[in-house]
Design a protein around this ligand. Structure first.
Ligand code: ACO
Length: 425
């Protein structure tokens, strides 16, 4: 028999169905609540509210489980490529070798960005943060691709996916080239997606760029680990904006803006800046731990804590191992890595962090790898955005295919009651 939940308001009882997910998660379906009772629920930060049902990503914060379309993140990080994982997230199944090759070929058809976009980049100051530029450029792509996608047309939708994957990578790297004053370059269709990322970033007209398989493999893995994370802040933003039937580029641009914040994707930049500060101040991790615990000090240990993971973040485990391997292979001896390890060890033993279930999250070690690969700190969140792109696309596509209604939460008004209008004297 299916479960129900009983709610009693003013002595009157109401019954609501309890729905079950494929991993036995339970949720009370309250979509008739207001009609039946006149009341709404309030849940700031949506800590207890599901905004949708989704078949893309499963995570269990208590057990530290993360799966894309049923595949364990550990397996995907170990055995698949970023484009394979992108295909899986967006289309639901792992691609065959032929489908994967076709996907890559089709993305390549869309890697040329309209030349007029260069004029838009020119308008930004060199000092602009790359995430701000990326959000603006992604939004600007709408102007060059004005036709809205007919989500019921499979071919059109597939083309929109390939277009977004192709052009976003190029404009993301252009935000860096702009900040460096480098000439804007083009995707090389003879090379792979992740290899192109490094080329697009660092190739100079004066000499050919030599790619390293260690670097490409590490980046591929990092992109996979960031590819989706169910209904986080930026993904919910993408779904919310898309729910008004705004286009894919406009929705992704909103996701980029949401990701930028230091409590979300911006944390990876904040982590490295924090580690550098600790290093410059003599490496006293205890002092920073005390600051993080002091309620009168706004300082938080960046890269620690997670809204959902209250045991450990499985991505952090994979990244920590990768950081050790990459730095070892590249022969990088980075004191920042030692400070990170010291800080992590101290926090894991500390009562404050233990009592609040605060563990390192995905961002705690990713910046150390990016730094070893020569990626500048203010590009870290852009790296996150490149990795998260297939997840945003998959979630946007699912939301439209499920014909979800426009996202429009309610509120409890706490402002002034009706007042007589009188001009202040
Ligand atoms: N350092 C010190 N204290 C912390 C930290 C931290 N990093 N994170 C949480 N706390 C404390 C809070 O002060 C609070 O303490 P209290 O109960 O005594 O008031 C308690 O732990 C619970 O914290 P909340 O902010 O309520 O937890 P929430 O789930 O809302 O926030 C968040 C999660 C935003 C990730 C938070 O842990 C944080 O700010 N972390 C640092 C920023 C960060 O690393 N963000 C990246 C998240 S992962 C991602 O987006 C990819």
């Amino acid at each position: 028999m299916s479960k129900t939940a009983i709610l009693e308001i003013d002595g009157k009882k109401y019954e609501f169905p309890v729905i079950k997910g494929s991993e036995n998660e339970e949720a009370i379906n309250i979509n008739k609540l207001r009609d039946l009772t006149g009341a709404i629920t309030i849940d700031p930060g949506f800590k207890n509210s599901g905004s949708c049902t989704s078949g893309i990503t499963f995570l269990d914060g208590e057990l530290g489980i993360l799966r894309y379309r049923g595949y364990a993140i550990e397996d995907l990080a170990d055995k698949a490529s970023f484009l394979e994982v992108s295909y899986l997230l967006i289309f639901g199944e792992l691609p065959t070798a032929a489908q994967l090759e076709q996907f890559e070929t089709d993305i390549r058809k869309h890697t040329l960005v309209n030349e007029e976009m260069k004029g838009i980049i020119d308008g930004f100051p060199k000092t602009a943060h790359p995430m701000g530029v990326l959000a603006a450029l992604t939004s600007a792509l709408t102007a060059f691709n004005p036709k809205s996608v007919n989500v019921e047309n499979e071919k059109e939708l597939y083309q929109a996916v390939c277009k977004t994957m192709g052009k976003f990578l190029v404009i993301a790297t252009w935000t860096y080239r702009k900040s460096m004053g480098y000439p804007l370059n083009y995707y090389d269709n003879t090379k792979g997606y992740v290899e192109n990322f490094m080329r697009l970033m660092f190739e100079l007209p004066t000499e050919p760029y030599k790619s390293s398989s260690v670097v490409i493999d590490a980046l591929d893995k990092l992109f996979i680990l960031h590819a989706d994370h169910e209904q986080n802040c930026s993904t919910s933003t993408v779904r919310m904006v898309g729910s008004s039937h705004a286009g894919l580029f406009a929705s992704i641009s909103a996701g980029v803006s949401a990701l930028w914040g230091p409590l979300h994707g911006g944390a990876n930049q904040a982590v490295l800046e924090m580690l550098e500060e600790i290093h410059q101040n003599g490496g006293d991790t205890e002092k920073y731990l005390a600051k993080a615990k002091d309620k009168n000090d706004p300082f938080r240990l960046m890269g620690f804590g997670h809204r959902v993971y209250k045991n450990f973040d499985p991505r952090a485990k994979i990244i920590k191992k990768a950081a050790n391997e990459v730095l070892g292979t590249l022969g990088v001896d980075d004191p920042i890595l030692e400070i990170a390890k010291k800080l992590e060890a101290a926090a894991l033993e500390d009562e404050y962090f233990k009592a609040r279930n605060l563990y390192p999250n995905v961002d705690f070690y990713s910046g150390i790898i990016y730094r070893a690969l020569g990626i500048p700190t203010d590009m870290f969140t852009v790296m996150f955005a490149i990795g998260r792109l297939p997840g945003w696309i998959a979630q946007w596509k699912e939301m439209r295919e499920n014909k979800e209604p426009i996202g429009r939460p309610r509120q409890v008004y706490t402002g002034a009651p009706l007042r007589e209008f009188k001009k202040p004297v």
